[in-house]
Write a protein that binds this ligand. Structure first.
Ligand code: SF4
Length: 233
């Protein structure tokens, strides 16, 4: 598949859903999550395939979501834009500005598919959870899209060059062998990543996909030497 950067142009923010209270989506803060429609990649393990299309099944208006968030100020401390890939939504900068204006922190879950959009909004972000999918030069093996790795690498560079608080994670899908994991570890470590979260991958039935790092103490120890902090969740 060729790289197609889908951007929802000239249309309202495409919202797939809202979670009004979460303690696990923004570190150390109570947050709401706004799930945005659209993703230009096609990872086999995607748990939100209904969000891959740009258009939402049901129309959820941003002004209504913002009204809800305003009422929650004091209960929540942050809003996380998630997806899908939030960066494909052209109205994202305006939504980020709205959230800042009501005094909440702004978080972003992204895989970095649209670095141009990321560069535009990163000064307005407080925290980013960034998913590294695979060795950058072979990203299409996971994302199904040629050129996706170059975009992800550029996005990670933008984040590392910014002041934003950053969590880098890798989902341990079946394509990530022990050898490939160490390639990724060396690659992102050389770029300046100092902390890494390894996430257990779950299949469509929510069963954990086994990975050698679960039982390979030497692999874990070797990976640990590249970071100040390495953890698994
Ligand atoms: S980048 Fe994320 S939202 Fe897009 S297909 Fe992959 S897992 Fe799904």
């Amino acid at each position: 598949m060729d790289l197609v950067v889908l951007i929802a142009k000239d249309m309202a923010l495409g919202i797939g859903g809202v979670v009004s209270f979460t303690t696990v989506d923004y570190p150390s803060h109570i947050a709401a999550v706004v799930f945005l429609q659209g993703c230009c990649w096609r990872c086999g393990y995607c748990h939100n395939p209904h969000l891959q299309m740009l258009s939402a099944r049901d129309a959820i208006l941003w002004k209504d979501v913002l009204g809800l968030l305003k009422k929650r100020v004091g209960f929540i401390e942050a809003v996380v834009f998630s997806g899908g890939e939030p960066l494909v939504q052209e109205s994202l900068p305006a939504a980020v500005a709205d959230v800042r204006q009501i005094g909440l922190l702004v978080g972003l879950h992204t895989a970095g598919a649209v670095p141009e959009m990321l560069a535009a909004i990163v000064p307005q972000l407080d925290w980013v959870g960034f998913d590294v999918k695979y060795v950058f030069d072979e990203y299409a093996l996971v994302t199904g899209v040629d050129g996706s790795g170059a975009r992800a690498r550029e996005s990670l560079r933008i984040l590392l060059d910014s002041n934003v608080s950053l969590e880098v994670r890798i989902t341990l899908c079946e394509q990530i062998t022990a050898e490939k994991l160490m390639e990724i570890v060396r690659e992102i470590s050389s770029m300046g990543v100092r902390a890494l979260v390894l996430q257990k991958c779950r299949d469509k039935n929510e069963n954990v996909v086994e990975h050698s790092v679960f039982s390979d103490k030497l692999l874990w120890e070797e990976a640990s030497t590249y970071f100040d902090r390495l953890c698994m969740r």
